[in-house]
Structures are given as C-alpha cells and as structure tokens.
Design a protein around this ligand. Sequence first.
Ligand code: GAR
Length: 218
Amino acid sequence: MNNVNILVLVSGNGTNLQALIDAERGGRFRGGEDYPGGRIAAVLSDRPARALSRAEAAGIPVYTEEPRLSLGPAERRRELSDRILGIARGTGARLIILAGFLSILEGNIIKAYGGKIINIHPSLLPKFGGKGMYGERVHRAVIEAGEKESGCTVHIVDAGTDTGPVILRRKVPVLDGDSPDTLAGRIHDEEHIAITDAALMMLRRLGGDGDNNNRGRQ
Ligand code: GAR
C-alpha cells in the first residue's frame, strides 16, 4: 500500500512536529498489511518559526505562507486557507496535521479534506477551546478556573474552531502552585504521545480510502 503523504502545519517551536518526525524516523509510521504507512511530505508555517528549522534539519521541504494583513479577517482566513489547499494538493497530501498551527482554516480546504485534517489543542476540549484560546492563554485560564485536571485533545477539524469530533485526549493533573509554564510543560509531554498516536489512528482510518497521489518527497 502506498505511503500517505502528510502535510504538517506549524506556527511555533515545533516540538509536536519533532515528535512526528521522530516517530516517522523510528519506524512508527511504517504501515502494516492492511493499512498504509505515512510520510511527512512537507511542513508549512504561517510565520517565521523555529519549527521550520526542525523540518529542514530532517530534510523535509518547507513552505512559509503568511496571512495577507491587507485583507479583512474573514477574507484573510479564506485566502490563506486556499493557498494552503494548493500546497496540500501539490504535495499530494492525504492527511493534514495541525501541530501548533495558530491560523484558522476555513472554506474550501475543510470541504476538500473533510475528516482528514486533525488538530492538537492543549486542553480537554470542549473546555478552554475556541477563537483566541491558544498556548499560554489556555493554561492560564485553566489555572484561574481552579480546574483539577487538564490535558490535550486531538480532534478532526471541522468548520468551527476546536469543535470537530475528538480522536483522543490525554489528561494530566493541575498541581497546587502550577504556573501556566509548568502546566504547559506537563501537557506538552502528553501532546507528543497524543499527536503520534492520533496520526497512526488516522493512517489506519485512511487505509483503502482512495489512491494516494504520490507527488512531492519520495
Ligand atoms: C501546543 O501546545 C499545541 O497544543 C498548541 O500550540 C503548542 C505548540 O507547541 N496549539 C494550540 O494552542 C492550537 N489552538 P509546539 O510548537 O512546541 O508543537
């Protein structure tokens, strides 16, 4: 069975991307008799990001597509999403993984890749999700709300923000005296497991789902 080409979208440090790269290099995405393997075909960022140097160090093609600030917010999201759709198609991607990607995807890409875009979010969705809830803000809100546990969620991306069907969650305790930083660190460790497990689950789901369009990196 052909490998599934994966496009990973990033905005920041890229530790989740690194977990995916390490999983691929470690043979975790090799595939089985009845399901395809996976290969990170390209990495795309919406801003200059440390994640891109991780991809380059691994020999993976990178793209930077920044939002056009001259456009209004809705058009800006659609226009960026359409450019990303073009790159996804050009790289033959069958699976798109948002690994700390902070722009919101909208419009054609959601239809074209329905059920094949996943996102990792650093809270137990549906709690502490939605527009404006990312990174440090999430952890601060969790602590301020007095939550006893938090964690991360991997979900399918739909037309909403952080609303699609959940693939998996991993939980951590919120400890007395936690700062957003200490909580984020504990959750990050779980994210790296969650994102690779979820990628593997998606490869199994994609098994037999149409022909892989194998362009891009071989
Ligand atoms: C991760 O904690 C991820 O869950 C979060 O950004 C961080 C990226 O870390 N994503 C969101 O908040 C999306 N709403 P990384 O760049 O080290 O992988």
